[in-house]
Design a protein around this ligand. Sequence first.
Ligand code: EPZ
Length: 422
Amino acid sequence: MSSIEVIGKEQLKGELKIQGSKNAALPVIAATILNKGISILKNCPKILDVVHMVKILEELGCKTSWDENTLTVDSSMANITQISESSVIKMRSSILFLGAILGRFHEVTIAYPGGCSIGKRPINYHLNAIKKMNVTQEFSGEDNSIIHCYSDKIIGNDIFLESPSVGATQNVLLTAVFSEGVTRIFNAAREPEVTEVCNYLLEAGARICGKGTSFLVVEGVKRLNDVEFTLSPDRIVTGTYMAAVAATGGDVTFLNAPVNQITSTVRTLIKTGCEITSKDNTIRVKNTQRAKSLSLLKTEPYPGFPTDMQSQVMSVLCVADGKSIIIEDIFESRFQNVSDLVKMGALISIEQEGRKALITGVETLHGTEIYAKDLRGGAGLILAAMVAEGKSVVHDASYIERGYEDICRDLKTLGAKIRMIT
Ligand code: EPZ
């Protein structure tokens, strides 16, 4: 695992272009199975999770190639309907292939992806929904961890999601594209990454209404065509670097930012004292003072404050002026950073079965050795190291490479003293 060294207390200045979105790329990569042809995906981030998903495409019989940040997929020869357990364990987002493979081949065998450090990550909403589309589900293997779904004819139906799950919404969409009849998804997730899958499928010739809302309607079609599609910039990477300015102070303009997807993050950072202005697809963040505390910050489904930004803002609040409360309402254990932040001198206590963090801002943190435990937590520790006195080393930094093309390159461009040391 790699480690990143940071010398704290450097203000950030300058301009930075935002990479393509990880959480848009992953479901769209899975969706390329459906068109039995060519998909050209532009602005695709070269990150570990994408590399893993592309490997799975090749396992399934697809041909892939890269040209800079353009990924080309030819799924015409895909003929495998099973994803190996080793691939699933390494890449939980492979569960997004469930709907795509089932939608195209009417059969799929995939291992239960299992949980991760932020939560159990069950897929009951996915399976309950797909079962209603004339799909038989059988379970085998140790702990019934191998899922085999098949159908002689996938039939559209009314699907009521128990909660607006992003992955479940995406899997139902992918299963429904070639189905008989109409599928109506009630309580669909509204995250931009769901809209991104809708946009890719519409570009390929699918019939979908209601994108961006919690009510999606899919009318099955016979086939899809080749697609050329540009992925959105990453809203969480944008928010991460905006939070870095909120923490360290400075004046940074982000180019090619998904301005219309980050309203709740902008609103939150303005409350911490940032001055934020935007024009077309650029957004400028200025902060010349100590961050202000937040009386209450709660993570919610989109368009609420994103859970994927929670660790980063927690680092800002550790050095804010006053007491803050964060409620993590999406995942059951997403305060993984707290022990490391406390080691750096933060004052944080956890209540309500790990869902509520009470933070008392301190003047400064102290650099030390800290350990990333998940992707966004790792990014949060980088921000904490950037506001700390002295040197920090963030170990297990490979977690961060799952979602950030090159966090060291990006932050160094803005003046941070940061480098990969192993
Ligand atoms: C997506 O995960 C994102 N991943 C996550 O980003 C993000 O945190 C999450 O949405 C919420 O916005 C990708 O897009 C690849 P959910 P997903 O299904 O689809 C529970 C990152 O850092 N649930 O909306 O797995 C689940 O346990 C990652 O980029 C069930 O109980 O999220 C969680 O508590 C982390 N049963 C909540 O719902 C189910 O069948 C939200 O999960 C499905 C979900």
